[in-house]
Design a protein around this ligand. Structure first.
Ligand code: PGA
Length: 263
């Protein structure tokens, strides 16, 4: 696993956006095949999306040949609801770049047959050639997408029931009213994320420090599904100092030194 520790959330966003821009441009330089990008919602990636929009406006990158797959979507929340992940992605990212709407894939949490919806999503990822780079966040309980603690490490896209902790954390988007938060979601599985050629996870702020510690220093365990990153051939965790504050000093120094000598 590669662990980047940046001083601030803004620097995490710059690092992540730069990594994505370089990956898209490197691919475009050698082939016309689309770049397939897995994307998250949440507070953490907002800065990265803003930075990617800036890079697009500056002419550093185009998303015309990029295909996206989002990680998850609530079940039963209308697509046009301001807190649906459809709304989130269009409001915060897609409407501001040159992506083709037909290249955007987001799970439909209102599909008549949710099992079929999930199977079709997995098939669509395969048909696109697999995901080149999956960006994600971490829940305070270590979840990756909505793969809550004790999710199978080989899980595929499916419906999951959200834990009370996650519902409570997400209530901030629903007038702090727990009753308004959907109780179920469709989510890619840990196996789906691990099939991506590269996985880049972002973590910022002290609330993520415990999950980062378990993900980096703890064992590979379904209790902290983020620990799946440990066995990915190209797993990258980008955190700010606050999210790294529960790591041992020796762990912190080790990763700082590796990256310094990497330059
Ligand atoms: P957050 O969510 O970025 O809003 O903290 C991350 C997650 O739950 O995966």
């Amino acid at each position: 696993m590669r662990l980047l520790i940046e001083p601030t959330p803004q620097e995490v966003a710059r690092w992540a956006a730069d990594y994505i821009v370089r990956a898209i441009n490197a691919r475009a330089a050698v082939t016309d095949a689309p770049f397939v990008l897995g994307l998250p919602t949440g507070s953490t990636p907002l800065e990265t999306y803003a930075e990617l929009i800036r890079r697009y406006e500056a002419g550093d990158v185009s998303f015309r040949n990029v295909v996206t797959f989002n990680m998850d979507e609530y079940v039963g929340l209308p697509e046009e609801h301001p807190e649906s992940y459809h709304s989130f992605m269009w409001n915060n990212f897609f409407s501001h770049i040159d992506i083709k709407p037909e290249n955007v894939h987001i799970l439909n949490g209102n599909a008549p047959d949710l099992v079929r919806e999930c199977a079709d999503y997995e098939a669509a990822i395969l048909a696109a050639g697999g995901i080149d780079l999956f960006m994600g966040g971490i829940g305070e309980d270590g979840h990756l997408a909505f793969n809550e603690p004790f999710s199978s490490m080989t899980s595929r896209t499916r419906q999951k029931t959200l834990t009370e902790d996650t519902i409570r954390v997400n209530a901030r988007f629903f007038d702090n009213d727990i009753e308004q938060v959907p109780k179920r979601a469709l989510t890619v599985g840990i196996g789906t994320v691990m099939d991506a050629r590269r996985v880049m996870i972002l973590a910022t702020g002290p609330k993520k420090a415990r999950a980062v510690r378990h993900g980096v220093e703890g064992g590979y365990s379904h209790q902290w599904t983020i620990s799946a990153l440990q066995v990915h051939p190209c797993g990258i965790l980008v955190c700010d100092d606050a999210a790294a504050q529960e790591l041992r000093v020796s762990t912190y120094r080790y990763f700082k030194q590796i990256e310094r000598d990497n330059l």
